[in-house]
Design a protein around this ligand. Structure first.
Ligand SMILES: Cc1cc2nc3c(=O)[nH]c(=O)nc-3n(C[C@H](O)[C@H](O)[C@H](O)COP(=O)(O)OP(=O)(O)OC[C@H]3O[C@@H](n4cnc5c(N)ncnc54)[C@H](O)[C@@H]3O)c2cc1C
Length: 329
């Protein structure tokens, strides 16, 4: 059976997010392995949606389904789920991919219920097997991986950002198809009154390719700001924090990595003075390379680290920062 894959491409500031290119690249590989097609769906206000539609053709989508209008300027669950369902029907997709994050965490379970479609969330890999798509996802806070094959007519997958490399755009163009989702007042079930931007200009933690995180051991907000943030800047990384550091007021809650914070999946995760509690590991253990710095050689984090340094972070971090500043200048 061929797979007709529809990629839900989220946008930010008028442009598709990085995760859209990742998913389109993977969808193109899967479709060529199964003899299927790739299309994209974009929701947005009118100009944004049509611009994104033109771009996505160069990244492998043969058709881009666009639902545009005031209902799609900001995320409103009722309207967005209805539009996504309409795009799935219009495209005839049997596989739908979205990036794991705030929007899909709410929208995809709703879609699943609406369409009677199986759903696998937070996948870190996808592969084609016997004409179907199999999703691999961590379970039990990342202690095990399971492979999920979905039997329903439509299969929904969300994929953690940074799970796949982004190659060069293959080129090409897409036919843009307008989706009329028939949105009514009843679908506008939430009013977004304000969107607060994070204070930092760094790449969002969930999409960051490099992260430098600090723990309780930083001892104060001042030293967190003096040690973790400059090292993150020198490494072109996004700062993160353990819950203990957040609870102590060293970093805002938006920087928290872990079970009750953000789930991250970078190429490089540097953990400064973080013990490696199971709840922290749940948010970062799929990172490709983990560098742990801890003065306790028995700290659990070392069991998961690719590289470990047993010693004082207050000596290690400034020294690394100096070398990185030279190397990446
Ligand atoms: C329901 C629940 C949800 C939770 N959710 C999360 C979550 O989302 N994220 C999260 O992070 N935690 C979470 N926690 C808390 C978690 O259990 C740990 O308490 C927390 O992760 C510990 O943070 P830490 O590693 O910074 O501090 P600690 O565990 O106190 O570790 C500090 C480490 O720093 C080392 N150290 C001290 N000084 C230095 C130095 N100078 N140089 C180098 N190393 C040094 C120590 O050896 C130690 O290993 C949750 C807990 C519960 C119960």
């Amino acid at each position: 059976m061929s797979t007709n894959i529809l990629v839900f491409c989220e946008t930010e500031g008028g442009q598709p997010r990085k995760s859209a290119f990742e998913l389109l690249g993977k969808a193109t590989q899967l479709a060529s392995a199964t003899g299927g097609t790739v299309s994209a769906v974009v929701l947005g206000d009118t100009q944004l949606a049509s611009d994104a539609g033109a771009v996505l053709g160069t990244w492998g989508a043969s058709k881009v389904y666009v639902a545009s209008g005031p209902a799609f300027g900001k995320y409103v669950a009722g309207a967005w789920v209805k539009a996504l369902a309409a795009a799935i029907t219009a495209s005839g997709a049997n596989v739908v991919l979205g990036s794991a994050g705030g929007v899909t965490r709410e929208a995809f379970p709703r879609l699943s219920a609406r369409l009677g479609a199986g759903l696998a969330v937070e996948c870190t890999d996808l592969r084609a097997e016997g004409g179907a798509i199999v999703g691999r996802r961590p379970v039990y806070a990342g202690k095990a991986l399971v492979d999920v094959k979905i039997k329903s007519a439509v299969a929904l997958f969300t994929v953690r950002p940074n799970s796949f490399p982004i190659g060069a755009a293959p080129g090409g163009s897409a036919t843009v198809v307008a989706v009329d989702a028939g949105i009514t007042e009843a679908d506008l079930d939430v009013t977004v009154t304000e969107t607060l931007k994070p204070a930092t200009q760094a790449v969002d933690l969930t999409e960051a390719d490099r992260i430098v995180s600090g723990g309780r051991s930083l001892k104060s907000k001042e030293s967190f700001d003096a040690i973790v943030r400059p090292l993150a800047a020198a490494a072109h990384a996004t700062p993160g924090a353990s819950r203990a550091a957040v609870d102590a007021g060293y970093a805002p809650h938006g920087d928290q990595v872990g079970q009750t914070g953000k789930v991250v999946n970078p190429s490089l995760y540097i953990a400064l003075g973080i013990s490696g509690a199971i709840q922290h590991l749940a948010g970062m253990r799929t990172s490709r390379v983990i560098v742990a710095v801890n003065k306790d050689a028995e700290a659990p984090i070392f069991q998961y680290a690719t590289y470990g340094y047993v010693g004082d972070l207050f000596e290690f971090a400034p020294a690394l920062q100096k070398e990185l500043a030279k190397a990446l200048a």
